[in-house]
Design a protein around this ligand. Structure first.
Ligand code: PLP
Length: 392
């Protein structure tokens, strides 16, 4: 039997397992300890009422023969949702045609699946530190990976210092794990590079809704030339708390064509309609409601709630004199471990002395060593308690 031996090159995903093991061992030894989890990037606020109403109505429609729906015709997303996404971009000054959008069950799937249209063995540029899915999906596909370094000196926003030509570059802004956000100028440098070498930018905008600073780009299409070289992948997970509902979308502008003149949109559509059968009607109605007037206002309240959590954590770190990145326009706080401690040493200190669970930076790449990620996705009560404990 022939199997994909690239899988043997994957590193064991030990990060969250090791965290769980250490937390469980601590809990077993200290059963009364009240542990606060600021490690995993999952949301905690419930769905907004406008979304719940829309999904409830959709369930009732599905229970009535007159309004029942089967397969989403074409599997690329209902027009009502693709139009709502295009209108969401329009409200931010970006023109996207609804026909350039394909709806999916989330950004993680699209980030991995889009590699199908490039075939195996592509040359890809990946920043370090990084959302590990970019690395693992490329190892599975047998890509050649070139890393660009994010570090304190460049504010964890690596510039296009890449000597080789490449097929793909990943840019995640606002960034997981560092919370750093690309400025227009910094993104323009990548767009210019991509156009020069003929690469495609896979722009992961999963956290765009956290950007409050109007001078920072929320979509790569705010940058001149991006329509010719950038695919944008986005999600309702962080905007609308859909981590358990599952809905995302990918935008492939018509202008992006391969050297032999093939539109990448057509390849992506072919891939999706061949291997994926669409997102449930109920979910798509919920996503549409998230972008409606009241839905968006309610989602923004949840985002403001998380943003205030980030401010609370950041204020405590500032008082402690701990340097950190992110937090202002992102739900992640990326801090430099104090006293020269390593990521795991500081993780253990926070767990054992403060009963706070974090994520060690080295789980996101070699440049994450000496850093730690905290998330703002906890409850207010827990976030305030965590801040007090940090200061105690
Ligand atoms: N992209 C980034 C950078 C993420 O951090 C995450 C999830 O944490 C995702 C994509 C996945 O999003 P989704 O829930 O839509 O699959």
């Amino acid at each position: 039997m022939k199997i994909n031996r690239n899988y043997f090159n994957l590193q064991d995903s030990y990060l969250f397992r090791t965290i769980a093991q250490r937390v469980n061992a601590y809990k077993a030894a200290h059963p009364d300890a009240e542990i606060i989890r600021l490690g995993i990037g999952d949301v905690t606020r419930p769905l907004a009422p406008a979304i719940v109403d829309a999904m409830s109505n959709a369930v009732r429609e599905m229970g009535d023969a007159a309004t029942f729906r089967g397969y989403d015709d074409g599997g690329v997303g209902y027009d009502f949702l693709r139009d709502a996404i295009a209108a969401y971009y329009k409200s931010r000054g970006v023109t996207i045609d609804a026909d350039e959008i394909i709806v999916s069950d989330g950004a993680k799937s699209d980030v991995g699946n889009i590699l199908d249209i490039f075939g195996g063995g592509a040359t890809v540029v990946v920043p370090d530190p990084v959302y590990p899915v970019y690395v693992d999906t490329n190892i599975m596909a047998g890509s050649k990976i070139i890393y660009v370094n994010g570090n304190e000196a460049n504010g964890f926003l690596p510039p296009p210092d890449v000597s080789e030509n490449a097929d793909i570059v990943y840019i995640c802004s606002p960034n997981n794990p560092t919370g750093a956000v690309f400025t227009r100028e910094a993104l323009k440098a990548w767009v210019d590079w991509a156009l020069r070498v003929g690469a495609v930018i896979l722009f992961d905008a999963a956290y765009e809704a956290f950007i409050s600073d109007a001078s920072l780009p929320r979509s790569i299409y705010e940058i001149d030339g991006a329509r010719r070289c950038a695919i944008e992948i986005c999600s309702f997970s962080k905007l609308a708390g859909f981590t358990g509902v599952r809905c995302g979308y990918t935008i492939v502008p018509r202008e992006i064509v391969s050297a032999d003149g093939k539109a990448l949109f057509d390849l992506w559509k072919r891939r999706q309609t061949t291997k994926f059968n669409g997102v449930s009607y109920i979910t798509q109605r919920g996503a549409e409601a998230a972008l409606g007037e009241s839905g968006l206002a309610q989602c923004r309240e949840n985002i403001a709630y998380y943003r205030e959590n980030a401010r609370i954590i950041g204020a405590a770190l500032t008082k402690l004199g701990i340097r950190y990145f992110g937090g202002d326009n992102a739900p992640y706080i990326w801090l430099r471990c104090p006293d020269g401690l390593g990521s795991w040493d500081y993780f253990d200190y926070l767990l054992n002395e403060k009963n706070i669970v974090s994520t060690p930076g080295e789980g996101f790449g070699k440049n994450g060593e000496g850093f730690l990620r905290l998330t703002a996705f906890g409850s207010r009560e827990n976030t305030e308690k965590a801040a007090e404990r940090l200061l105690r």
